[in-house]
Design a protein around this ligand. Structure first.
Ligand code: UD1
Length: 367
């Protein structure tokens, strides 16, 4: 049988846990698929990249583009220029992209202009907020994709409303939950609580890195004031993205953090952060993926954004959208701490078997 060549392209932290299960599953079908991994280098710090490869037991990328940071246009253009050369040479039968980062967008444009088939894992999500760079990345990628693998029912409805042909759309479930399911037992052995001197259910875990929250000094100041207040009730552990740390320093915020229960630490690896979430009383975040992980783990989540592209986490799961108004964040968090937090269940097909379903579809469609 003539093998099909599939190239997976990843670039930033949230891509890695979405690609690892598919890489592994495709590897089980070595008689049918030759699978190659390209890392654009959008994220390059050890703690945002290599650490995840190690923990997720991902192979070293076959090709590393090393594009680094830059403005949206610079970064996207650098990925496109390098990737065009690589894909022209490799001539794959299919390229697969994940999520909604700039690497996803750049890869989608290059791939479709080379007339190579494109698959998008985590298709159809929409925040309907074009001020988020990720929303633009999602819309363009879905528009150009030949195979759209959808994680939750809203994705099916959004793609239908946009006129995407049903035959291109596949409801395969949430691949990030594949990584969570297969790593939870190992993550539970992490000693992160001991290292940070925390007791289960006696702290709040937090992340924040969205440009809309951290790039504007007044918004960032408001959120920090709110989390300092919350941290007087229960300690907050905040592994901090480099973008946020840079802004906090630039705006001269948090000089008095020592006096509150807010602990800003370096970014954590996948396993430590999974453990930190699983044992927390509450999670505060502006991330997309963490809204989903908390829903699966049944931990209350307060999202510091005005909208979500993952409504299943609100309709079915444990997520509450609080917005970025400091008062609403504080009230939402304190209400959760006073009560039991939002209860939820796990959405359909968030079961650890998504990568297997995607590979079944690829076998059906490519042979
Ligand atoms: C990117 C994604 C975002 C995702 C996030 C997860 C886009 C548009 N955004 O945001 O959707 O939720 O990753 O982390 O693709 N930096 C470092 N070290 C690194 C990488 C970045 O210090 O390894 C700093 C640089 O100052 C850089 C800034 O972070 O300019 C932003 O990096 P970038 O990759 O552009 O976007 P993120 O904010 O990380």
């Amino acid at each position: 049988m003539l093998k099909k060549k599939i190239v997976l392209v990843v670039g930033a932290r949230p891509n890695f846990m979405k690609s690892a299960p598919l890489m592994r599953e495709l590897g089980k079908h070595g008689d049918r698929f030759e699978t190659l991994l390209i890392h654009t280098g959008q994220h390059y710090d050890h703690k945002l990249s290599q650490l995840f490869f190690d923990e997720l037991k991902m192979p070293k990328p076959d090709i590393y583009l090393g594009v680094g940071s830059g403005s949206h246009a610079e970064q996207t253009a650098r990925i496109m220029t390098s990737l065009e050369n690589e894909l022209t040479e490799l001539k794959p039968d299919l390229v697969i992209v994940f999520g909604d980062v700039n690497s996803t967008l750049a890869t989608s444009i290059v791939t479709s202009k080379l007339w190579i088939k494109l698959g998008h894992v985590e298709a159809g999500l929409r925040s309907f907020d074009n001020t988020m760079p990720e929303e633009i990345n999602r819309i363009v990628t879905d528009r150009l994709s030949d195979y759209l693998f959808v994680s939750e029912p809203s994705g099916l409805a959004n793609l239908k409303a946009e006129g995407v042909a049903d035959k291109k759309v596949f409801f395969t479930g949430n691949i990030m939950i594949d990584s969570l399911v297969s790593n939870l037992a190992v993550a539970n052995k992490s000693d992160i609580l001991q290292r940070l001197n925390l007791r289960p259910k006696e702290y709040i875990a937090m992340t924040m890195h969205r440009p809309a929250n951290v790039d504007d000094s007044e918004t960032l100041k408001g959120i920090i004031t709110s989390i300092q207040k919350i941290s007087e009730r229960l300690p907050i552990v905040f592994p901090c993205h480099p973008r946020t740390r840079n802004r906090i320093e630039e705006f001269g915020l948090l000089k008095s953090s020592q006096s509150t229960g807010l602990r800003i630490i370096e970014p954590l690896g996948y396993l430590d952060f999974l453990k930190l979430q699983a044992d927390s009383r509450l999670v505060l975040t502006d991330s997309g993926g963490i809204q989903e992980e908390t829903t699966y783990l049944q931990i209350p989540c307060i999202t510091m954004r005005e909208n979500t592209e993952r409504p299943a986490t609100v309709d079915i799961g444990t997520n509450v959208i609080a917005g970025t108004d400091p008062k609403r964040i504080t009230e939402g968090a304190l209400a959760t701490l006073d009560g039991t937090g939002k209860k939820g269940t796990v959405p359909e097909l968030w079961d650890g078997k998504t990568a297997g379903r995607i590979v079944d579809i690829l076998i059906d469609k490519l042979f």
